[in-house]
Ligand binder design. Structure first.
Ligand SMILES: Nc1ncnc2c1ncn2[C@@H]1O[C@H](COP(=O)(O)OP(=O)(O)OP(=O)(O)O)[C@@H](O)[C@H]1O
Ligand SMILES: [Mg+2]
Ligand SMILES: [Mg+2]
Length: 651
């Protein structure tokens, strides 16, 4: 670096360049430090801060009702029936009420000493003042001693002192209404669904509270009014979350245990966990009702208990492979909720994404461990199923590692293709298509119908197994599945790699009958669970072979559905004699020319792209479960009703 540059840099660097931000200014200058950014997540965090304060009041035993309202102008009101924020003059700040101090000063709060609250989510004395700073308007009302008080703020600055505005003979508590500041959040708006979910989860976390939800904004999918009260706690929450997914145990392993007092304050942990083959595992953890998406010490304690418990059970029943199970196998396979209440928790950051209190590990582990041992030995059927499932995951993980190592060794890996694949000649992936064809008979006419250069064929024999129900070990040993994987070139499950995909479009082409629909749905499920990115990136399609053939003399037309058939029947084909209608039983009944024209030729065919509705991942899993799960009637019904009539099929 040159001398000039150095000299230029410190010329104006003197005391005057050191700024001290006062009051709530730092919050507006650097919102990220307090709410983790200025994005949608940060915006919704504002509501969480205010709601957390009311929850703290409820958990401390002073409130049992909370109301959350989303107004038409996108402002939010949170009301509780707690003690009410103190409004008397603050001893340290003459002329200011405690309310004003709390809302206009960082690090002002009643949760530092544990006198007013024992196990609170709040602890920094920052939350409400931060929300105030980032709101273009905030109105706080406090009902106390049969009187109603109010103070208004704009961008963290009081518009006047706290004032008595009336009587409140039957009311008690705090109400905070705020409108997030567009200067900070731009055009971002609260999403009814997110707030609804937030309110609901809080109610699950503390069964002593009733939370009412109201939204003046109707997004068409979120209820505009609801009352949440869940005496069943996390066990119910988990059961609801898993919906109709099949699980290895009928009831989740769930419980609540009080801790030995910490700092003289009793705490507790509540949890629920179950295992399912039909979706990825997850854990949602909370401390003092504050979500901790990055986990922390309480999660560590929970997994330690489950891991030790399952290994000990394996040893007890003589399953030697149980000792290979690791924490990762547990985490990827289990669906868990853990909520603890402890005094004076330590979090990382103001958004409290991770719990750091080291005691929590031991407390949670001890609490859960005993119960888990009992639970496993009391329900040996579930315990056995869970153990098998976890052992399988461990084996799969180890096999993957081994395969990776051997794959690296054989550097000159030759591409292996299944014998029954009729490949296309193009060496370039662009514009190529793989037709997965049901049965060999159809394969015959498809061979004559295809464009050799770009269209490849893979006939699959009979019914592939119901992959969703099958353990993943069975999957990889299934011949049809491994042929499919080799043809695609991608690997599956956690080894799936989209870059290796050998074709641009994968097209499922099955007969237009119930069996065909079944096979198509099995394949879609397989892609959904094992090769999800292939669907996400728009590579998966369903072919639409016609359902009817009409002939009249020498004239012949194909119809995709009843409507089309009826239209032709009305106007006639222009041939001689009576119209002969035949309903296809299979692709094999069509000759190559017709198959090409109706189903395979990109210029004349129709395709359905398989997509997934991103907003509803839960429902997607649910639908796949419904399609593929234990009830075939439901499945057929769905496919027959829908598959033929939608352009984009949401699996
Ligand atoms: N709804 C309420 N009812 C009663 N007191 C409240 C309520 N909301 C806030 N307070 C009081 O205001 C104080 C400050 O709240 P604030 O959210 O700023 O900080 P905190 O909750 O103490 O900590 P954190 O920054 O972690 O949220 C609280 O400690 C509590 O004493
Ligand atoms: Mg708070
Ligand atoms: Mg504060």
């Amino acid at each position: 670096m040159s001398e000039d540059l150095l000299a230029g840099a410190d010329q104006s660097y003197d005391a005057s360049s050191i700024e001290v931000l006062e009051g709530l200014e730092p919050v507006r200058k650097r919102p990220g430090m307090y709410i983790g950014g200025t994005d949608e997540r940060a915006l919704h965090h504002l509501v969480a801060e205010i709601l957390d304060n009311s929850m703290d009041e409820a958990v401390a035993g002073h409130a049992n009702r909370i109301e959350l309202i989303l107004h038409a102008d996108y402002s939010v009101t949170v009301t509780d029936n707690g003690r009410g924020i103190p409004i008397d003059p603050h001893p340290k700040f003459p002329g200011k009420s405690a309310l004003e101090v709390i809302l206009c000063t960082l690090h002002a709060g009643g949760k530092f000493s544990g006198k007013a609250y024992q196990t609170s989510g709040g602890l920094h004395g920052v939350g409400s003042s931060v929300v105030n700073a980032l709101s273009e308007s905030m109105i706080v009302q406090v009902a106390k001693n049969k009187e109603l008080f109010e103070q208004r703020f704009s961008r963290g600055i009081p518009e006047g002192p706290v004032e008595k505005i009336g009587a409140a003979p039957n009311r008690r508590g705090t109400s905070v209404k705020f409108h997030a500041d567009a200067e900070i959040f731009g055009s971002l708006r609260f999403k009814p669904k997110r707030l609804f979910t937030l309110a609901r989860s809080k109610a699950y976390l503390f069964s002593g509270v009733e939370i009412r939800w109201k939204s003046e904004i109707d997004d068409g999918e979120t209820p505009t009014e609801a009352t949440f009260r869940f005496p069943g706690g996390l066990a119910d929450y988990l059961t609801e979350t898993l919906g109709s997914a099949s699980t290895y145990s009928d009831r989740p392993f769930a419980g609540t245990v009080e801790f030995q007092p910490r700092f003289g304050v009793p705490g507790k942990v509540e949890w629920a966990i179950n295992w399912t083959p039909s979706r990825d595992g997850f854990i949602q953890s909370y401390c003092n009702t504050v979500p901790t998406p990055e986990g922390g010490t309480h999660e560590a304690g929970f997994w330690a208990a489950i891991l030790k418990g399952i290994r000990a059970y394996g040893e007890l029943v003589g399953n030697r492979k149980a000792k290979d199970i690791t924490r990762d196998d547990l985490i990827t396979g289990g669906c868990a909720l853990v909520s603890c209440f402890i005094a004076d928790p330590e979090f990382v950051g103001q958004t409290k994404d991770r719990l750091a209190t080291s005691d929590a590990t031991r407390l949670v582990e001890n609490a859960v461990r005993d119960h888990f041992d009992h639970w496993l030995s009391a329900d040996t059927k579930s315990a056995g199923a869970i153990l098998d499932f976890l052992v399988l995951r461990a084996e799969e993980r180890m096999r993957r590692r081994q395969e990776k190592e051997t794959a690296r060794k054989s550097a000159t890996k030759k591409l292996r293709l299944p014998g029954k694949l009729t490949d296309c000649s193009s060496k370039d992936r662009a514009n190529t298509e793989l037709f997965i064809v049901e049965g060999d008979s159809a394969g015959g006419s498809a061979k004559g119908a295809r464009f050799r250069e770009t269209q490849a064929l893979l006939p699959l024999k009979g019914k592939i197994l119901n992959v969703l129900g099958a353990a993943s070990g069975k999957l990889s040993s299934n011949q049809e599945i491994s042929d499919l994987c080799e043809a695609l070139g991608t690997g599956m499950g956690t080894r799936f790699n989209l870059d290796d995909l050998r074709y641009e479009r994968i097209i499922i082409m099955t007969d237009a009958d119930v069996d065909g629909a079944h096979i198509a749905s099995l394949l879609m499920t397989f892609f959904y669970t094992q090769m999800r990115p292939l669907i996400d990136q728009g590579h998966l399609y369903l072919a639409c072979p016609p359902l009817y053939r009409l002939t009249q003399g020498a004239k012949r037309v194909y119809c995709l559905d009843e409507a089309e058939r009826d239209a032709w029947l009305d106007k006639g084909l222009g041939g001689k004699g009576k119209i002969d209608v035949s309903r296809f039983k299979g692709l094999g009944e069509m000759d190559a020319k017709d198959l090409k024209e109706t189903t395979m030729d990109p210029a004349t065919r129709k395709l359905i792209r398989v997509t997934i509705d991103e907003d509803e991942p839960g429902e997607t899993a649910d639908l796949v479960e419904r399609l593929m799960g234990k009830k075939p009637e439901l499945r057929f019904q769905y496919i027959q009703e829908n598959a033929r009539f939608v352009e984009e099929l949401d699996v």
